[in-house]
Design a protein around this ligand. Structure first.
Ligand code: COA
Length: 160
């Protein structure tokens, strides 16, 4: 069975990677789908976000990464994916995720949303927090994959 794991991934963190690795053991194929999401004004452009995910998931042979500008359920139909995987970090994630799952079911009842609990050591983590900490000189080496850490440091060095 093919699954889609969607998000903005600005950038991918070890919390996301943990969900991807576990999903890759459950499903024959996992497509990491990177949303355009203009509302979030991403720090990394689409090509960089996709490249960081590809580099961070090189060890997973059944994982692919794609960018998508439209509706998630349309992408699922286009790729023949039956499942949307979402990670739940805390109860606070639940309400919004529940709403999205219901809306996605309304848009396409043939696609099922499956929730996976995030590993406890990453339950407090978000992409924004990782970016903020590194900008302020903090150590996030155990919170993001190595390719992300490298790009974050390069980007901040180039911005002075
Ligand atoms: N580990 C670490 N952080 C995690 C995480 C995990 N396991 N799971 C989520 N997060 C963080 C993300 O990094 C993100 O942090 P940020 O707000 O600092 O960037 C935050 O939690 C929210 O993540 P998520 O709930 O996945 O939202 P998103 O904005 O990354 O993605 C989409 C939302 C893209 C999945 C959703 O908007 C979508 O499907 N868009 C496509 C258009 C569409 O179909 N719309 C209709 C939907 S009903």
């Amino acid at each position: 069975m093919k699954a889609i794991y969607p998000g903005t991934f600005d950038p991918i963190t070890n919390g996301h990677l943990d969900v991807i690795e576990r999903a890759a053991r459950l499903f024959t194929e996992v497509i990491v789908a990177v949303a355009v999401n203009p509302e979030k004004h991403p720090f990394f452009d689409m090509d960089e976000r996709v490249a960081m995910i590809r580099e961070s998931t090189e060890h997973l042979s059944n994982v692919e990464t794609v960018a998508f500008p439209g509706l998630l359920v349309d992408l699922a139909a286009q790729l023949g994916a039956q499942v949307i995987v979402k990670g739940l970090r805390a109860v606070s994630d639940f309400e919004y995720e529940f709403q999205m799952a219901q809306m996605n079911r309304k848009l396409n009842p043939g696609v099922e949303t499956v929730f996976m609990t995030t590993a406890s050591q990453y339950s407090f983590l978000s992409s924004s927090m990782a970016k903020q900490i590194v900008k302020l000189g903090g150590d996030i080496s155990d919170l993001v994959p190595a390719p992300v850490l490298r790009r974050l440091r390069e980007r901040l060095a180039s911005e002075g």
